[in-house]
Each structure stands twice: as structure tokens, then as C-alpha cells.
Design a protein around this ligand. Structure first.
Ligand code: ZN
Length: 244
């Protein structure tokens, strides 16, 4: 487990980063992992001497199986309350991906499509309970008072239910709305799977507007938010050239 600061810990299982945020009486866990990674997940917690009972909340950045796959099992074995965006609920219930979208470029599509036909993205579905927290809209009006010095904002584009946490010190946990994996040409910082590219750029601008300085993606290492600003600037410039 890696210590980011006095409040945030992170650990990585496979290609997915998880975060644990210290609250006054427990922890908030950001995301889980694939269903079959449960043992490894428990091992990570054990290494930091954190028991399941100490985790008060599970914050799902979105419903994909590498984030929500073992959520049902975790919730059954802990007292944690779930925090999700309203748009995640139908997919979480069935334990399926919202497939409306596409992979960013042909090369990645060709590389991933034959695989994704073989990989089953389904996972044990979970019902939202009355004690859980459902966030709606841009999340700002109904951000929870968790004792976190920061804000929960909606950051759609990769999926319609994507949510992020922007801390007052500039650290931002963003799920898959930005990535730092492989970084192949055009795909740099962009998620591989895209529901709406304009929504992604809007979400990046929103993160910056809310004070994000360091981006902590679910896939890949953290990076300066300035890189997203630069990318947005370059895109705008390119659009201007094509339109003129
Ligand atoms: Zn995802």
C-alpha cells in the first residue's frame, strides 16, 4: 500500500488503482476490483491492518466490472454504505456494462474487440439499499458531509455515472474519465472506452475548474492536471485550424 498523504492511501491490483481515504471514524474506499480478485483485495487491506469493519463507505467511480466486480461481496461482508451516481443503478443491479460507446481508435478497437468478445464483463449484481447514498445530477448540491475536505462532482464521458472526488489541496481521484496507461499517441490521457468525447473534455475542464492539480486515475500513475489543460488547448487549436 502506498501513502499519498496523511489522508489518502492507494493500492493497485492488476491494472486498477484503489484508494482508501481516512475519515474521522473509519475509511472511505474508492472502487473495488474484478470479482475474482477478492482474496488479493483482502490481502491488501490486511497488509495495512485495516479490517472490513473499518470501511464505512464504498465510493464507486462508475459501474464497470474492474471497479464494481466484487462490490456485492464486499458489501455483504462489511457494514459499508454505498455511494454511487443514480445512472449506475440499472447496470449495478444487473451486473453488466453500459455498452453504449466505442473504443477511441481503430487500433485499440481491433486490439480489444476480439478480447472483449471472449471476456465476460458481467459480475454479481447488487441492489442499492435504503442506507446507501445515491448522487444525482452534477452531485454538488447533494455532496455528502463525509468529513472530506473536498467535493464530489460528476465527470461523465467514459460512462454516464462517472463521479470524481476533488480535494481542496488539489488531489483528484477521477476513476476512468482520464487514464495514464500505455499513452499511445492520440489516446494520451483519454480513456480507451468513450461514451461521449465532448463530455470527457467537459469533465476535464470541470476537474480543473474545481481546483484539480494532481490527477489520480484508476489506471496508471498520477499526473499533473496541467497535462489535461495542455491537451484541451491543443485540441481547441487543431479544431480552429480545421474550421478556418
Ligand atoms: Zn471504466
Amino acid at each position: 500500500m502506498k501513502k499519498i498523504n496523511d489522508q489518502i492511501l492507494s493500492f493497485k491490483i492488476g491494472l486498477t488503482n484503489n484508494f482508501l481515504i481516512k475519515l474521522s471514524g473509519g475509511y472511505l474506499l474508492v472502487d473495488t476490483n474484478y470479482y475474482h480478485k477478492y482474496k488479493q483485495f483482502l490481502k491488501e487491506l490486511k497488509s495495512e491492518k485495516i479490517s472490513l469493519g473499518e470501511i464505512s463507505y464504498l465510493f464507486l467511480t462508475h459501474h464497470h466490472d474492474d471497479h464494481a466486480g466484487l462490490a456485492k461481496r464486499f458489501l455483504l461482508n462489511s457494514q459499508a454504505k454505498l455511494i454511487v451516481h443514480n445512472n449506475a443503478i440499472p447496470f449495478l443491479k444487473m451486473g453488466i456494462h453500459d455498452n453504449r460507446g466505442k473504443h477511441w481508435n481503430k487500433w485499440i478497437q481491433q486490439m480489444l474487440n476480439p478480447l472483449s468478445k471472449k471476456i465476460n464483463h458481467n459480475y454479481p449484481g447488487l441492489k442499492v439499499r435504503k442506507e446507501d447514498f445515491i448522487l444525482e445530477g452534477d452531485c454538488l448540491k447533494n455532496s455528502l458531509d463525509l468529513g472530506i475536505a473536498g467535493k464530489i462532482i460528476s465527470t461523465p464521458g467514459h460512462s454516464s455515472d462517472s463521479i470524481s472526488i476533488v480535494f481542496n489541496d488539489g488531489n483528484a481521484i477521477v476513476g476512468d474519465v482520464a487514464m495514464n496507461l500505455f499513452n499511445l499517441g492520440e489516446t494520451k490521457y483519454r480513456p480507451f472506452f468513450i461514451q461521449d468525447i465532448n463530455e470527457i473534455y467537459k469533465s476535464w475542464r470541470k476537474l480543473i475548474k474545481f481546483g484539480a492539480k494532481i490527477i489520480f486515475p484508476a489506471h496508471g500513475k498520477s499526473f499533473a492536471a496541467d497535462k489535461l489543460s495542455k491537451k484541451l488547448h491543443d485540441i481547441k487549436k487543431a479544431e480552429h485550424i480545421t474550421n478556418s
